[in-house]
Design a protein around this ligand. Sequence first.
Ligand code: AMP
Ligand code: GLY
Length: 419
Amino acid sequence: MKILVVGGGGREHALVWKISHSPKVKKIYCAPGNGGISELAECVDIAAANVTELVEFAKNHSIDLTVVAPEDPLAMGMADAMQKAGLRVFGPAKDAAAIESSKVFAKNLMKKYGIPTAEYRVFEEYNEAVEYVKKARYPIVIKAEGLALGKGVIIVKNADEANQALKAMMVDYAFGQAGQRVVVEEYLTGSEVTVMAFTDGKNFKPMVSAQDHKRVYDNDEGSNTGGMGAFSPSRVYTPGIAKQVEEIIIGPTIEAMAKEGRPFQGVLYFGLMLTEKGPKVLEYNARFGDPETQVVLPRLKTDIIDIFEAVTEKRLDQIDIQWEDNAAVCVVLASGGYPGEYSKGYKITGIESAVDDSGVIVFHSGTRQEDGEFYTNGGRVLGVTAVAGDLDSAIHKVYQGVDKIHFQHMHYRRDIGRK
Ligand code: AMP
Ligand code: GLY
């Protein structure tokens, strides 16, 4: 088979790596890919959001299956366009991807179908939102409706902060169109867990659980990032909670989407808060998570192409998906300054010796390859992942790998996996 993976970060490197293990696969393309991906796939210089050119590319290269990984092309209707052109695609249609691209749609869906989530109100008028937050009990959470690279969620402690957030979103358009409508919601406390599930629109198979570390510094200090690391499994997501989540959240969400005439095909990501009153949904994503995918896929035993085929042929119930009984930890190596301003173009050394340790894999997020050397080319540069029998061994091993890698102004967290 010829496979096209759309995207070019650590998540896509993990996907390409897993796909490359399938005996069914003869050739992998990745658009746009990155330095590390280019060792496993032919990188194609087309942007992930360029729907028209990628459909053309898939047609011209007789691609058997396209895997659309990032949210933007899904929200723009890339899966629909591929299907219309008679091409096989893994990933939801535009109206199903709305579960991520519109927080208002997602919240209203949960309310309509009784899926547990934080209490909320939706505002289109700035003045009404300002009136509402005068009387709120703090902290509360203010979310821009649309896609904002994980930055459109602001937790506020008082009315002043709430006003600032509302003004930024609804008056100054800090998140563009994404902030035209806002969701103001109850602040939930508990442990955050990520659970992703493969689904064909009717059947679903949950993956192993994971947790990510969003803040830039140790002990969850500093600003939010796209993710500084992740580990799998979660220590708090017990089999009992998993069963409950499948019954009251995963199953009902997939059924709700089908009833709404928006059957969801692909990976549905559940960002959960395990509260005192039970698990509740913080957010849905219409795709694999990043960096969670970098710790979940290394634990998958089953050929991922078999799963993708079962999903696209709507027979996911007929396949048995197997996971290793082990643990994985991923530490993100970032450019100093990220998520704010940073410089790039620094030479990276030590990747090969880090990988020599059995069980260490280095996924590239933002790198560029030139004359056989890798250079930094983004905020998040590498995801160093170690797989071992248990979490503590994986943590030990991952930092042994990290210690061997260097580039100027490299920054990473030293407490990944310890929560
Ligand atoms: P989201 O993009 O909606 O997942 O939000 C980003 C992060 O904000 C989440 O991973 C949580 O850490 C936090 N968050 C979102 N909603 C809430 C909430 N209702 N209560 C507490 N924290 C939240
Ligand atoms: N790790 C969160 C996300 O993929 O959006």
